[in-house]
Design a protein. Structure first.
Length: 228
């Protein structure tokens, strides 16, 4: 049984999430807080395996809480569940090791998928002394992305890496709005030009789509989004 702790400032949202999570045999919510106050003590006392963490809360925000958790070497898996969708916040959360990031409002099937991916990751690490590339792809949530090549007859161009390609497709599929190549490059810490090469290939392969944003002057900005 995996123990879950919820930090959410909206009591109704916290209650709904708790009831949903407790429906699964492998999970049990062992506690919740409306803010980050006393979270460190609760973690030490209850020893949860998974933390559902909001960002916008009274007092210390979720990002600062996550920094404290990581600073104290807490080996705790974290799923962000928040309305924050600016690139800077998402990039910082990912750099702090969150295993998933859900943007409110979200479909509960997406939360279910996040819980399933948690089980995959924990079980693989627990039962293995070494990990294969396939195992790592599962841990990085790449197993549910349609594999490159199955939906496209094109061969991958020289210079493109399949793992990076899947990561970029993952970013676009999870984003709540179209992203530019600069934004994707910032998230992955690669150049805009590199990100654009991968994005254009994904678009040519009909795995994502392009949205043109027109300004008052100059060329339109190319934005990339999941296929709806």
């Amino acid at each position: 049984m995996y123990k879950v702790y919820i930090v959410e400032d909206d009591p109704m949202v916290s209650s709904i999430n708790e009831r949903f999570i407790n429906k699964f045999d492998k999970f049990k919510v062992v506690g919740s807080s409306l803010s980050g106050k006393g979270l460190a003590e609760n973690i030490d006392l209850l020893k949860p395996d998974l933390l559902l963490l909001d960002i916008y809360m009274p007092g210390i925000n979720g990002i600062e809480l996550l920094k404290e958790i990581r600073k104290n070497n807490k080996r705790l898996e974290v799923i962000m569940v928040t309305a924050a969708q600016d690139v800077d916040t998402i990039t910082e959360a990912l750099s702090l090791g969150v295993m998933d990031y859900l943007i409110k409002p979200y479909d509960f099937s997406r939360l279910k998928k996040a819980l399933e991916n948690f089980i995959i990751k924990v079980d693989l690490i627990k039962d293995s002394k070494i990990l294969t590339q396939k195992d790592l792809d599962k841990i990085n949530n790449l197993d549910y992305i349609h594999p490159i090549g199955e939906s496209s007859d094109q061969e991958m161009p020289k210079g493109l890496d399949e793992l990076t390609l899947n990561k970029i497709q993952n970013i676009i599929n999870l984003a709540e709005r179209p992203l530019s190549s600069s934004e994707v490059g910032e998230i992955l810490s690669v150049s805009r030009i590199t990100a654009r090469k991968y994005l254009e290939y994904l678009a040519e392969s009909n795995l994502i789509q392009i949205h043109l944003k027109y300004g008052n002057t100059g060329r339109p900005t190319r934005l990339y989004q999941r296929i709806k």
